[in-house]
Design a protein around this ligand. Structure first.
Ligand code: 2P0
Length: 356
């Protein structure tokens, strides 16, 4: 076994994901399962990530957690956070060093305290799915720490789901579905499933309209929607199943036009259910609506769907397009929303002149 003063550390990161068929509404609040399946694109080629380091030592006397450098005791002791730690701990294995000596046994893990530090490389709680990346990175780091092994495919994603619903989808890259699952066996089939490993030409432009914290948290918002919006119930039962199937087909065929149309319609419908909620929830603002107009005009100018907007629980837009239209679209958007000097990095602005 290890010396008492040794510290064992792991670091893992997870990307954010942006849903094109949205999750909104819980079927079971305890197991954190949804009233409809959803589908998202994991932004795994970007730097939009949560990075989580976990340290373990026999010297630690209690669990501690820092988010972006600030200690967050309440979050650490929340049922969702505990569900992640305990969920992965159940799958822990003994841990040996390179020489085959036992360092930590399964029993040890139950008594050892953790120091967890997590950073987001993007604004927290501004509708850029920070909880998705955050809980996915937490679960990934715990899995690494505990040398956890799944007892069925997708089990790790069921644990991330209990941290935050959308986090289960960030456990895989590419295009990922979250199957709503059934109550039997504690909803073990409410899990993420990779749908398409990647779509190399697909691009996402992120338009940060505001990086301040959102007014209505997703958890509270969707609870009110489930209680008051009949439109949400109708959507979950009668619209999403067929739309999801059409979306999966479009992804497999890499049919961007269909993908774009379904994406925009689903975003619109999600925000319609927010308006149908009582009291109503407004996530999009005037700038968000201007972005919708620009994309609509751009698509009708092109005579085909070349860009697809989508908005989550905040005013920020994500615009999907194909690689060949990325520069043109970025130039158009920069024309209407000039970017402050120095705020752009990694983009070649010299080639961004509008062609028309
Ligand atoms: C989604 N959103 O599918 C939808 C679209 C926001 C709009 O998942 O309560 O943070 O932690 O399970 O996952 C945001 O909700 O909610 C979300 P919890 P979560 O991406």
């Amino acid at each position: 076994t290890t010396a008492t003063n040794s510290i064992y550390m792991v670091t893992m990161s997870a990307p954010t994901n942006i849903a094109v068929i949205k999750y909104w509404g819980k079927a079971d609040t305890h197991y954190n399962t949804p009233i409809n399946s959803s589908l998202s694109v994991t932004l795994d080629q970007t730097e939009l990530r949560a990075i989580t380091t976990i340290a373990v030592s026999k010297q630690f006397t209690k669990d501690r957690f820092w988010l972006n450098g600030v200690e967050e005791d309440e979050l650490l002791h929340s049922p969702r956070f505990r569900a992640c730690i305990e969920g992965v701990q159940k799958l822990a294995q003994d841990h040996y060093d390179a020489q085959g000596n036992l360092i930590y046994s399964k029993e040890d893990w139950k008594h050892l305290h953790l120091h967890i530090s997590s950073y987001n490389t993007f604004p927290t709680a501004a509708g850029l799915a920070s909880s998705a990346a955050g809980y996915a990175a937490l679960v990934a780091a715990l899995c690494q720490l505990y040398h956890a092994v799944e007892t069925f495919p997708g089990e790790f994603s069921t644990i991330a789901r209990q941290g935050s619903g959308s986090a289960c989808r960030s456990m895989y890259g590419g295009i990922v579905a979250w199957r709503q699952g059934t109550p039997k066996q504690e909803w073990r089939d409410s899990k993420a499933e990779p749908v398409l490993e990647d779509w190399p030409q697909l691009r996402a432009l992120l338009l940060v309209v505001s990086d301040s914290k959102k007014d209505t948290s997703s958890t509270t918002g969707m609870q009110t929607s489930v209680q008051t919006s009949m439109l949400l119930q109708y959507r979950a039962q009668h619209i999403v199943p067929a739309r999801l199937q059409a979306m999966e087909q479009a992804c497999h065929a890499r049919d961007f036009g269909t993908f774009a149309q379904l994406t925009m319609q689903d975003s619109n419908q999600f925000h319609a259910t927010c308006l149908d909620t009582y009291p109503p929830i407004f996530y999009m603002n005037d700038i968000s609506r201007q972005i919708v107009r620009i994309v609509t005009v751009y698509n009708s100018w092109a005579g085909e769907l070349r860009a697809a907007y989508t908005f989550d629980a905040g005013p920020n837009a994500v615009i999907y397009c194909l690689e060949q239209h990325q520069q043109h679209l970025a130039a158009l958007l920069c024309h209407y929303f000039p970017i402050p000097k120095g705020a752009l990095s990694g983009l070649d602005t010299s080639s961004m002149a509008l062609e028309e």
